[in-house]
Design a protein around this ligand. Structure first.
Ligand code: GDP
Length: 175
């Protein structure tokens, strides 16, 4: 791979949203690697990386820790990122405002100007917020999105539903 064939995708979101589970599922779907069993996944401190060869490129997925004291680290990765996947726990209505604040923070980061964002309403295997409700939340932030390429999809990192569609949307935006 030459350098311009490598792309970085940041997987961001609050702790517990399902970022690591999602990354393990992506690795499993695209490389055949069995991935870590969901029961063995620990909260991320630092970064988990999954390098996935896709078509003629190498896509690097970076899952960054989402606990409040770790969110400051996100910024140092913005400059080199080509797309953001922002994972929302659609079942955790108590933390939806906090998730919205974190997403707003991303929209305001100058280093992320123009970077496409996929908002992923995760844990769709459980009864939580619907895709429509998450879309409505994202639409209410339209003033902050400006001309940005934003899409809202749903997924279950646990059973893999929607994961390929999510990766394919992101891939279609970076190439
Ligand atoms: P992270 O902190 O964002 O990396 O979240 P984790 O990947 O560690 O997941 C947090 C918890 O949510 C774990 O108990 C996961 O098994 C669970 N989880 C993650 N994704 C899903 C999902 O799609 N559906 C369900 N039901 N649980 C999930």
């Amino acid at each position: 791979f030459t350098r311009q064939d490598e792309y970085n995708i940041l997987i961001l979101g609050l702790d517990g949203a399902g970022k690591t589970t999602l990354l393990e599922k992506i690795k499993n779907l695209y490389t055949g690697h069995p991935g870590m069993a969901p029961s063995r996944i620990q909260p991320t401190v630092g970064v988990n990386i999954g390098k996935i060869p896709m078509k003629r490129t190498l896509v690097k997925f970076l899952d960054l820790g989402g606990q409040p004291d770790l969110r400051g680290i996100w910024e140092s990765y913005y400059e080199d990122s080509h797309a953001i996947v922002f994972v929302i726990d659609s079942c955790n209505s108590e933390r939806i405002e906090e998730a919205k604040e974190a997403l707003l923070g991303l929209m305001e980061a100058r280093d992320l100007d123009g970077v496409p964002v996929l908002v992923l309403a995760n844990k769709r295997d459980l009864k939580g917020m619907s895709l429509a409700e998450v879309k409505e939340m994202v639409n209410s932030m339209a003033d902050f999105m400006e001309e940005r390429d934003v899409r809202v999809l749903d997924s279950s990192g646990l059973d893999g539903e929607g994961v390929r569609a999510a990766v394919e949307w992101v891939y279609s935006r970076i190439i």
